[in-house]
Design a binder for this molecule. Structure first.
Ligand SMILES: [Zn+2]
Length: 288
């Protein structure tokens, strides 16, 4: 039994055929232009799905559904993308459109939730039921699982990136001062360093003290956030994903300063760019 898993992001659409065992076949990525129009992005998603269906058919694999992860806010039940800052879609009934085009069952969820589902299924939180995942990228995404169920809010997923850590911090996109995103997102770190995050991580790998200071402070803030989540949600596992956590010195500062009780709970995400397509496919497998 196979499902098409699609992971829509601001800069790419990833697609794969996923076996019920979790094996990923025909993984591919199509880049999305930054000024893409609504219809063109939809065409790109349809093309990606069509291509996977054809690849599966050529191998005589039986496709039973399509799972899609997309940036929110979105309405999971109705399958509508409401209004997301990183995509050109407003009130797009994605679920109905996909069902009509391909005549297959379709499930939709927020991209952060899909990444968490993937990690619980096959990655850093296997067999865990109470999990928090933070995705540290350009912005900060958050997802929460309680007793084996993804927690959905009106916006689709838990807005953990906007939890306030430093009331004297800078004002974030959400209008609040000192939320996690305003302090340690890629955008925030670039502002503090005056260079791109690629250059920043390059400099700290080289041991440049000026930039090490920035990353140490970021690790301190992240540490505070993790303690807060642990107290608030009493989770078994906290997963950290996204490009910003990949730098080894950053990870080291973070883990060196975690309290002893928290250390075994915090893990770096394992599935990388495949987490999204796996989680999206799992949405469908869970309904069968
Ligand atoms: Zn915020």
């Amino acid at each position: 039994m196979y499902v098409i898993g699609i992971d829509i992001g601001g800069s790419k659409v990833a697609a794969a055929v996923v076996e019920k065992s979790g094996r990923v076949l025909f993984f591919s990525k199509d880049w999305v232009k930054s000024e893409v129009f609504s219809e063109d992005l939809l065409k790109l998603v349809f093309k990606a799905i069509g291509k996977k269906i054809k690849q599966a058919k050529d191998k005589k694999l039986k496709i039973v559904g399509i799972g899609i992860g997309s940036p929110g806010p979105l309405d999971v039940e109705k399958g509508i993308i409401i209004d997301t800052p990183n995509l050109p879609w407003q009130n797009l009934p994605l679920k109905d459109l996909v069902k009509k085009e391909f005549s297959l069952p379709m499930s939709l969820d927020n991209d952060a939730n899909c990444a968490l589902l993937g990690e619980v299924w096959l990655g850093a939180a296997r067999d865990c039921k109470d999990v928090v995942m933070l995705t540290l990228g350009t912005g900060i995404g958050g997802a929460l699982m309680a007793n084996g169920k993804i927690i959905h809010t009106k916006k689709g997923s838990a807005e953990l990136g906007h939890v306030i850590i430093d009331p004297a911090g800078p004002i974030g996109n959400c209008g609040q001062r000192g939320c996690i995103e305003s302090l340690i997102s890629g955008v925030a770190l670039e502002k503090q360093a005056g260079i791109s995050t690629y250059e920043l991580f390059d400099e700290i790998e080289k041991g440049n003290k000026k930039y090490l200071k920035i990353i140490k402070k970021a690790a301190e803030y992240l540490n505070l956030a993790l303690k807060k989540f642990d107290q608030e949600f009493e989770v078994e596992r906290i997963i950290l994903g996204g490009g910003m956590i990949k730098a080894k010195p950053y990870q080291k500062f973070l883990f060196d300063h975690l309290p002893a009780n928290l250390k075994p709970k915090v893990k770096i995400a394992k599935l990388g760019e495949k987490a999204g397509v796996l989680g999206a496919a799992k949405l469908v497998f869970d309904k069968i």
